[in-house]
Design a protein around this ligand. Structure first.
Ligand SMILES: [Zn+2]
Length: 104
């Protein structure tokens, strides 16, 4: 399994400005693998609550997960293909099935 990750750098929970540059961070991998396993076993829950300390990249993780779930042709690791129509809509921040709510 060769998941693409970003080198450790200052993480951010800020809204990604360019969806096409989303990446998993190294500390996301275990959670990612668990979610993808549940997905492949067809046991993915209808909702996930992502919690943790400030600066862990929770929004980045959630955005990447949404990217993956919306992709019509994810690879074996659950990573979005980046080429399908859904990925293209996501990359430009215009996917009709994705709505980010402002932080309270
Ligand atoms: Zn895709």
């Amino acid at each position: 399994m060769a998941l693409k990750t970003k080198k450790a750098s200052p993480p951010s929970d800020k809204k990604p400005s360019d969806n096409s540059k989303l990446e998993l961070l190294p500390w996301h991998l275990l959670t990612w693998k668990r979610i993808q396993q549940a997905r492949s076993d067809n046991r993915l829950h209808h909702a996930l609550l992502i919690t943790g300390k400030v600066g862990l990249g929770k929004l980045q993780f959630a955005s990447y997960l949404a990217y993956s779930l919306l992709c019509t042709n994810p690879n074996a690791d659950g990573l979005p293909c980046g080429n399908c129509r859904s990925c293209q809509l996501f990359a430009v921040g215009n996917h009709p099935d994705l709505k980010l709510l402002p932080q309270a």
